[in-house]
Write a protein that binds this ligand. Structure first.
Ligand code: SF4
Ligand code: MG
Length: 331
């Protein structure tokens, strides 16, 4: 399958007063067409910053200070805003957590869906209208002609999220970025939206980057999983091996934190402690204050990314000590 998105050694810094703080560092991953990569971590881990970097939408005090982001063959780092505008909503689309904040309450659904079709795909109003109806059908919205005439407040949360997906798909993007798009929805609607994204990904051959803190969602939708902690990749690999054979203690913690629905009295095994702030000085592995396996070396030296197997990496000294004496370091 063709490579679509390639992120290499991404570093993002934020300016606060005179300080510069690293929000993410040394993030590398790639996404193929027809593949979903889930970025998973607790809030504040840098997952949204990573996806906003791809969109060129970092807050004004944020800046990409190292690395490269390539979509197909085009470098996105350093791209002028004008060029980025052509890519956003055209080659890359985004679905946000709160559809109400992304839709304009004063315009009809039809108006907001027609606009990208007329601007990006240069369709006439009449053709755009037909396309709107077919898009709403595609995302499973009943009675689409009526919905086009309605305003956002007249639709339920689940329906609005479908409208957002329809808008995101209107320009047939190569890459869909979704940042916690189902968090605000109830479980049944969430499952329907995840199925829908998955179906559309297969039909349209899009690449999907899906940001979530929920391992249950990851299990539903991911092909590849990137676990990030305090701005760094803890572990990355394909979904089956991450779930069946997690290597990094943080991944194990996150998986332990998934409530088991089969057990009546499940206990949420929440990882004790909390994520460091951006300006906390932590020696060695940034997870060591919370890690039940921390060793001396962990407190002194930051672990490199060890290769676990093909496409599988874990940034943890245990990889060297316990698992594979001859583990190779990825540079
Ligand atoms: Fe824990 Fe050490 Fe691995 Fe960090 S390097 S996750 S502290 S065992
Ligand atoms: Mg976020």
């Amino acid at each position: 399958m063709e490579g679509l998105l390639q992120v290499k050694n991404l570093e993002v810094q934020f300016k606060t007063g005179k300080k510069r703080l690293k929000a993410v560092r040394d993030i590398s991953f790639s996404v193929k067409r027809g593949e979903t990569l889930c970025i998973v971590g607790e809030s504040g881990s840098g997952k949204s910053i990573t996806s906003l970097s791809i969109l060129g939408l970092l807050p004004t005090n944020g800046e990409i200070t190292k690395g490269s982001i390539r979509l197909s063959k085009q470098e996105l780092v350093g791209l002028p805003e004008k060029e980025f505008q052509k890519i956003r909503g055209n080659e890359i689309s985004m679905i946000f957590q709160e559809p109400m904040t992304a839709l304009n309450p004063t315009f009809t659904i039809g108006f907001q869906l027609r606009e990208p079709l007329m601007i990006h795909r240069k369709l006439s109003e009449e053709t755009a209208n037909k396309e709107c109806i077919s898009l709403l059908k595609r995302v499973g919205i009943p009675d689409p002609a009526k919905k086009l005439k309605q305003f956002p407040h007249e639709l339920s949360g689940g329906m609005l999220q479908r409208v957002m997906i329809a808008i995101a798909l209107a320009c047939e993007p190569n890459l869909l970025l979704a940042d916690e798009p189902t968090t605000a929805l109830d479980v049944t609607i969430q499952a329907q939206i995840l199925d829908l994204i998955d179906d559309l990904k297969k039909q349209m051959g899009m690449g999907v980057v899906f940001v979530t803190h929920d391992m249950g969602v990851v299990a539903e939708i991911a092909d590849q999983v990137m676990v990030i902690y305090a701005g760094e990749i803890a572990e990355i690999g394909d979904v089956d091996s991450i779930f069946n054979n997690p290597q990094h203690p943080y991944t194990k913690g996150l998986l332990g934190a998934v409530p088991n629905v089969d057990e009546k009295e499940h206990e949420l095994n929440i990882i004790p402690g909390s994520m460091p702030n951006l300006d906390d000085q932590i020696s060695g592995c940034r997870f060591h204050p919370r890690c039940p396996y921390a060793m001396d070396v962990c407190r002194k030296k930051s672990p490199p990314a060890f290769r676990v197997s093909d496409g599988r990496q874990s940034k943890c000294w245990l990889q060297e000590v316990n698992v594979n004496e001859s583990a190779t370091t990825i540079t």
